[in-house]
Design a protein around this ligand. Sequence first.
Ligand code: PRE
Length: 368
Amino acid sequence: MADLSAAPNPELLALRTQIDAVDRELLALLNRRARLAQEVGEVKKKEGSVAFRPEREAQVIDGMKAVNPGPLLAESVAPIWREIMSACRALETPTRVAYLGPAGTFSEEAALGFFGSSIVKIPCASFDEVFHVTTSGAADFGVVPVENSTEGVVTRSLDLFLTTPLFIIGETSLFVQHNLLRKENSLAGIETVCAHPQALAQCHGWLGTHLPNVERRPVASNAEGARLAAADPKLAAIASARAGSEFGLHLIAPAIQDEANNRTRFAVVTHPGRHPQPRASGHDCTSLVVSVSNRPGAVHDMLVPLKQHGVSMTRFESRPARSGQWEYYFYIDLQGHPDQPHVATALRELREACAFFKLLGTYPIDVH
Ligand SMILES: O=C(O)C(=O)C[C@]1(C(=O)O)C=C[C@@H](O)C=C1
């Protein structure tokens, strides 16, 4: 191994001098970009429109990925430009984002991944509170999980979509690695494992094998479990490595989720009175919730217009309507935007076949 205390290698020094010069050029260019964003912000203020434009941000990222000559990896382009746009957006107006806290949750990671780090963070105690503060206007946007590749839908979020006026303006998905964290650096002596019920379910197999006689305690969030585990050596938590370092815990067992490729999809919601529906970006998803009358063939009839007008359905989920009559709400995701004539026609005909129809939102498909 090279001796780091020796005089620096002249070749290395020369390369670093060049990097310093490029960084200064980049900084000048970024400030030029920031001034342009400020001017855009002034124009928007004059016309009374909103700062955040998810469709424009998706197009910028798609465009940069398309022209990237490398060696920068394609997957590095999106996070870099998200941060640049986040910093530029913050010069136009603050973006206040609510999510399930405390610090270190996957919801926080999803919020930062979608909006970049130049935001005002509003950590909440529950999904209900995220919807509440976003509805009241204390937050501009809320970020909530909607489905997990191991556990399926996050039922509370879907139910809240139905009962609040909020609508979806974006989506983002995260690779979710769960870790067993604890104050002591060993598995021995754990009496209780604390985590959000979704995380306990996603690690059901591992817990059964390695900690079969340990109590599983559901708590409001994984980060809350980590906070509790930091105060009591008999407790362990299931949470992200970020939550572990936030609360000074040892990582006892990494990646204990039952599915190696465990992903969670989050929806970004806002209030229709404060934000318009995003325009078409070219790669969009439209989400709805519907119900049909309880008769043979009703679900089939409702879906026929999608086939007739060539609209792909990417998700179909049912939830009990809680009427006691074996009636259901269907949560549907379609590919496309209502500004496209074939999507608009399919939606109109589908709506005619439904007893209940609510458009949950139309938004750019997640770009990585
Ligand atoms: O193009 C705009 O509308 C801008 O405000 C600029 C910008 C950007 O930095 O590129 C910033 C915020 C918007 O969400 C979209 C893009």
